[in-house]
Structures are given as C-alpha cells and as structure tokens.
Design a protein around this ligand. Structure first.
Ligand code: PAF
Length: 281
C-alpha cells in the first residue's frame, strides 16, 4: 500500500489507472470506515483512501484543532483491508491560497445539520470536488451515517455532471446501537453508556411510524422531549423524505428520521430509514 502526501505525486502515480474507487475520510479510522473500504474494494479496481482533516468544513468554535489525527495507526488498519493507496496531503498543498471558489449547494444544505453548522456542507463538498479532480475516481463511497452529506454529494455529482458514481454504505453500529464515529471517543464513560439512547429514540420513532402513527410533527416533538428529559441538548429530530430530504408528506413511503444532539461537549448525529412499502434498509 502506497502512502502519498502531495498532489503532484498522486497525479503522477494515478496516470493511466482505471476503475478507481475513492473513500474520502478525515482519518482516525474505525470499523465504519473499513466497511467503506470493503465496499470500494468490491466495486472498484484500485482503492484510494484520502485522509485529510478539512478546515473548510469546520466552524470557528468547532473541533478542528482537537480532531484526532492518527495517520500511522490509520495506515496500519488500511494495510489489512484492501486499500491500494492512501492520500494524506498537507493543508498547504490542498489550500495554497484561501479557498474562495466553493461549491454552492441546494437550499436543503442550510437545513438539518446545516442550520447548526453554517457553511459546513459547502466546505465538505468543495474538498470532495477537489479530491475528485485530483484522483479522478469512477466511484466514491460515503457512509449513510452522514445522511445529509451523502444526499448532497449525490446532488453535486448529478447536477455538475461529474463522472463519479456515489455509493452509500450502511451505518456500522456498536453492539448497543451507537453509530460508530470518530467523535465517540470524546465521550466520557457515563456519556458513552447514555449515547446509545440516540439510536433507541430513533428506533422508537420508527416503530411508531410503522405502527401507523400519522402525526409526524408530534412524533418529532416526542423524540426531542425524550432526549431533553435525559439531559441531552437536542438540535433536531426530523422526519424527512428519503428522496429529497424535504419535510415528508403523509403519503410518502420512504422516510428517514434524522437527529443531532449534544451529550456534554460531544455532538452526535444519527438517522434511521423507514420503508413503509415493505422495502428494507
Ligand atoms: O465525512 C467526512 O469524513 C468528511 O466530511 C469528508 C467527506 C471526508 C470530507 O472532508
């Protein structure tokens, strides 16, 4: 497995390589990421994993400086699971000058997480587009844990006619249901135990929908109240249409329940798809 640090080197190395599958990451890899690599391996001929903590997608008071950077450990994990090349560029190579050209996304980027993290998705889309231009993959794999990001990447690829197929990977969970995330390690022991409640709340809301509850606004309120009553600082619990992330209408069959909430100093997000037509997640 090659580890390459500069844009010039990776362009040279990838000249003439076909069937590239890209897994964009910010590093500090866990089993969820390794699952993305496994999917990339199945779908592509040459697997590139990028590792770059992207300053453009962090707000000024967010965790950019404390975000865990564990490149050696990440490379060891990747060696054993089918990655061909790791691209770990420096900030000065990716952003030699202030990045003023940015991807403008559909208005839905300002809802859900976008309400609480202004500019986040444009920053993420901009680095992903830069990575696409440098690496020229045929396929890129994104985790559905970041459901809104996954949706917006598909929109970007479709609306800008990028020759990249965006593939979604199911969320990988700990045995108690907590979605794997690099930010879980910020949780103190007692918070880690409580963190599984986010998933329990989502499964409760999903069950209520499957049982025929039609008042989705009321259900969202129930979900929020449940979090708040246990000491969470909830940002949102929303039931949206899978197809466009708009507020869902009663007749819609494929819904997704999305939530973001703080436990102490850690912001967690999660979501669950609901298929009312008998489809499966
Ligand atoms: O999901 C992430 O880790 C990041 O948003 C991504 C896609 C690697 C862009 O920095």
């Amino acid at each position: 497995m090659l580890v390459i640090h500069t844009i010039a080197d990776i362009r040279m190395r990838l000249r003439g390589v076909n069937g590239i599958a890209l897994v964009p990451t910010m590093g500090n890899l866990h089993h969820g990421h390794l699952d993305l690599v496994r999917i990339a391996r199945q779908r592509g001929q040459f697997v590139v994993v990028s590792i770059f903590v992207n300053p453009l997608q962090f707000g000024i008071n967010e965790d950019f400086f404390k975000y865990p950077r564990t490149l050696d450990q990440d490379c060891k994990l990747l060696e054993g699971c089918g990655a061909d090349l790791v691209f770990a560029p420096s900030e000065s190579d990716m952003y030699p000058q202030p990045q003023q050209v940015k991807v403008a996304l559909p208005p839905i980027a300002n809802e859900l997480c976008g309400t609480f993290r202004p500019g986040h998705f444009s920053g993420a889309a901009t680095i992903v587009l830069k990575l696409f231009n440098i690496i020229q993959p045929e396929i890129a794999v994104f985790g559905k844990k970041d459901y809104q990001q996954y949706y917006l990447m598909r929109q970007m690829s479709e609306q800008l006619n990028l020759p990249v197929k965006i593939v979604g990977a199911e969320t990988v969970r700990a045995p108690d249901g907590l979605a794997l995330s690099s930010r879980n390690q910020y949780l103190k022991d007692e918070e880690r135990t409580e963190a599984a409640f986010l998933y329990q709340m989502l499964t409760g809301v999903r069950q209520a929908i499957l049982n025929g509850e039609k008042d989705l606004g009321w259900l969202q309120g129930q979900g929020l109240d449940a979090l708040v009553s246990r000491g969470w600082r909830a940002e949102y619990v929303e039931i949206r249409s899978q197809g466009n992330l708009e507020k869902s209408r009663m007749e819609e069959k494929n819904l997704v329940i999305l939530a973001a909430a703080w436990l102490g100093k850690t912001r967690l997000i999660d979501n669950l798809e609901v298929f009312l037509d008998g489809g499966s997640a």
